[in-house]
Design a protein around this ligand. Structure first.
Ligand code: DGL
Length: 284
């Protein structure tokens, strides 16, 4: 019987660590494998087909490492690949015939399920990669869970490269944050609304949180996804004991990267607040 299964966390690079950190804090007893596709990041400016291909390769790698519940901790990959993976790719996967309880989950639905709790005037701004904005995935989910919300979306293509280069503060970072906020406000004026909440709908952006908080008006509530996704996973595991009983609980964590381990270890240590020792992943 397969009862030694791990939880896999997949991201295009470092950003998924902002989700994983919260998951690990809330659910420390499980065994995890994190995979960052740093060699091919960013996904946010790539086509649907490319993001789908890269994401299936990452998920496949995690399956082969013994993960049976996989969280795609990347908004772009969740927006562009999750539905096709759940509906088409997974049912045909060899592992699925052997382990029909395999599950792949994303981060968009858990983020928006409770979004109404955070806004008072229902004018919510969203910052994300161009791919996520273009997919309209957040707009569709928000329309489903909170149709009274007026969503103002701004693509922020340069924030991910800044984070992936370890640029988390300074004049360059401030310039782009101010620029994207101005773009948000300009749309807001057109809509004659008044944004009270900014959703950081990209896993990398929480790493810029101190700079964002410094530059935005104090009355704007800034939402990050880590707490929302980890609470949702906790709830999922409670509702699915048939899954949670199969997951091993030795509090172990393995990190894989598709690029240089030293570079990953150094930045990941900052994000996770602990020493990281990654291994190289060959995923295609
Ligand atoms: N992790 C991605 C996301 O949350 C951002 C990084 C990328 O573009 O690959 O959308």
């Amino acid at each position: 019987m397969d009862n030694n299964c791990k939880i896999g966390i997949f991201d295009s690079g470092f950003g998924g660590l902002t989700i994983f950190k919260c998951i690990k804090e809330l659910l420390p007893e499980y065994d995890y494998i994190y995979l960052g596709d740093n060699a091919r990041t960013p996904y946010g400016v790539r086509s649907f087909e490319t993001v789908y291909q890269f994401t299936t390769e990452g998920v496949d790698f995690l399956f082969k490492k013994g993960c049976r519940l996989i969280i795609i901790a990347c908004n772009t990959a969740s927006a562009r690949a999750l539905r096709s993976i759940q509906q088409k790719w997974l049912p045909k996967h060899l592992h699925y015939s052997l382990f029909p309880f395999l599950r792949v989950l994303g981060v968009i639905r858990p983020t928006v399920e409770d979004i109404s709790k955070f806004t008072k005037n229902f004018n919510v701004a969203l910052w994300a990669t161009p791919g996520t904005v273009k997919s309209e995935s957040f707009a569709l989910e928000i329309n489903h869970f909170a149709p009274n919300i007026n969503l103002i979306q701004t693509p922020c293509p340069l924030l991910v490269p800044l984070v992936e280069s370890g640029e988390l503060e300074g004049a360059g970072v401030d310039y782009f944050i101010s620029k994207y906020w101005q773009q948000t406000i300009n749309q807001d004026i057109i809509n004659t609304t008044n944004v009270d909440t900014l959703l950081l709908a990209c896993t990398h952006y929480p790493l810029l949180l101190p700079s964002i908080q410094k530059l935005l008006p104090l009355n704007i509530k800034i939402l990050t996804q880590g707490e929302l996704v980890s609470e949702s996973l906790n709830d999922y595991l409670k509702r699915h004991p048939e899954m949670s009983c199969k997951l091993s609980k030795n509090s172990s964590v393995l990190f894989y990267t598709t690029d240089q381990c030293d570079y990953f270890n150094n930045l990941a240590r900052i994000f996770m607040g602990e020493k990281i020792s990654s291994q190289i992943a060959k995923i295609n």
